[in-house]
Write a protein that binds this ligand. Structure first.
Ligand code: FAD
Length: 373
């Protein structure tokens, strides 16, 4: 069978399948495994712990430390493919998946006119597949530098510059701190919805473990418990332009906005090294117009505005995607009715950590496939 995508999700699925005696070939469009991680900014560390981010069958080495650096994630993914002796074919992009005419499974159409047949397929092309830039009026004729966070590598090109970071998810928060510490003259952070800020760990207890426990509890209970916890652990930054959110932490996470793990934002905002401002409304020549009417003229704008899954060309015609979110209607061991053998891996963003979730789903997929043989 085939696995589409050689990121952590696809590699985990392939390793689990192999462990269950199912031969899986990983098709990866770039020239190496872990392509997304190769493109992430230099400062990035996993915000989930080393132990809770390991993929099936291979722990991450202790020397990587608790919060694993991007380069070590890449070392791990390379090693993972080698250790499990996975069959990875690079330079092959799957452009479309179709039902086989004889009803015996799936036909994968790939670059170079290839047609590959398989009874089962795991789609693992990534939650963060296609950079999303909002449709801001005037953006096309903006005369400053406008880039998506996916293109940001390090603060060096912005030394002495006035930079606006848009969006305060984990990525926007960390890039803003990176710029402030890395020599930008001024860093502003455009905030549309105040985020839930959490400490990455408290007295050695990682926020991720709380996230794992929370998944067993009712949403309203977690939301209620989170309020006093936030008051104890996170200072009030309302006078700096970052008020406490008025929606529940877990309710927001379930809707797709996981809390922001603090890797320096709280201190940066407290010391005015990063200045929260209103959301971006539009662009006008060299100016950015904010939702409160302010016009500012930064040298550069980094849009940390998220990604789309971009699954439509691949499987959009198979009636397996949720029309509202564009994400698959099934995950793990489950397949969408009418699409047996078509599995999806890595299209949720759980509070308990994606590496961990992908490791669990890989096992579920492998067990389900091994059972059905
Ligand atoms: C900045 C950032 C930080 C993150 N930090 C964490 C963290 O700390 N902890 C955590 O648990 N999660 C984290 N995540 C979330 C998640 O774990 C990662 O995004 C992870 O890389 C997802 O793995 P994946 O295999 O699903 O997707 P990807 O890593 O995106 O891999 C998909 C692969 O598929 C290939 N591909 C795509 N389309 C095709 C195609 N049509 N044909 C063939 N190949 C294709 C791509 O080249 C890529 O190699 C983070 C995400 C981001 C963006």
């Amino acid at each position: 069978m085939y696995v589409i995508g050689g990121g952590p999700g696809g590699l985990a699925a392939a390793a689990s399948l192999k462990a269950h005696g199912v031969r899986a070939v990983v098709l990866e469009k770039s020239d190496r495994v872990g392509a997304s991680w190769r493109g992430h900014y230099d400062r990035l560390h996993l915000h989930t712990t080393r132990r809770l981010s390991a993929l099936p069958g291979l722990p991450m080495p202790r020397r990587f430390g608790r919060w694993v650096a991007r380069d070590d994630v890449l070392r791990y993914l390379d090693k993972y493919a080698e250790y499990h002796d996975l069959e990875v074919v690079t330079g092959v992009e799957v452009t479309r998946v179709d039902r086989a005419a004889d009803g015996s499974g799936w036909v994968l159409r790939a670059t170079g006119g290839r047609e590959l047949r398989s009874a089962a397929v795991v789609v693992a092309t990534g939650y963060n597949h296609t950079p999303r830039l909002p449709d801001w009026p005037g953006a096309a004729s903006y005369t400053g530098t406008l880039l998506h966070a996916g293109e940001y590598r390090d603060p060096a090109p912005y030394t002495g510059q006035d930079v606006l970071v848009v969006g305060v998810g984990n990525t926007g928060a960390e890039i803003a701190v990176d710029l402030a510490e890395g020599g930008a003259a001024r860093v502003r952070l455009a905030v549309r919805t105040a985020p839930h800020l959490v400490r990455r760990s408290t007295f050695g207890w990682p926020a991720q473990r709380t996230g794992i426990l929370c998944r067993r509890l009712p949403v309203r209970l977690v939301d209620r418990l989170a309020v006093p916890l936030a008051r104890i652990s996170v200072p009030d930054l309302a006078d700096k332009g970052l008020p406490r959110p008025d929606t529940g932490l877990y309710a927001r996470a379930r809707a797709g906005s996981i809390p922001v793990q603090d890797v320096g934002l709280i201190d940066a905002v407290r010391t005015d090294a990063v200045e929260p401002v209103a959301a971006v409304a539009s662009f006008d020549g060299d100016a950015v117009v904010l939702a409160d009417g302010a016009r500012i003229t930064p040298d550069a704008v980094v849009a940390a505005t998220g990604y789309r899954q971009g699954l439509e060309p691949l499987v959009g015609h198979l009636d397996v995607l949720d029309p509202d979110t564009g994400r698959p209607r099934a995950r793990g061991a489950h397949t969408v009715p009418g699409a047996p053998g078509l599995y999806f891996q890595g299209y949720t963003n759980p509070i308990s950590g994606m590496f961990r979730e992908m490791a669990l789903d890989a096992e579920r997929i492998a067990k389900s496939l091994a059972r059905g043989r």
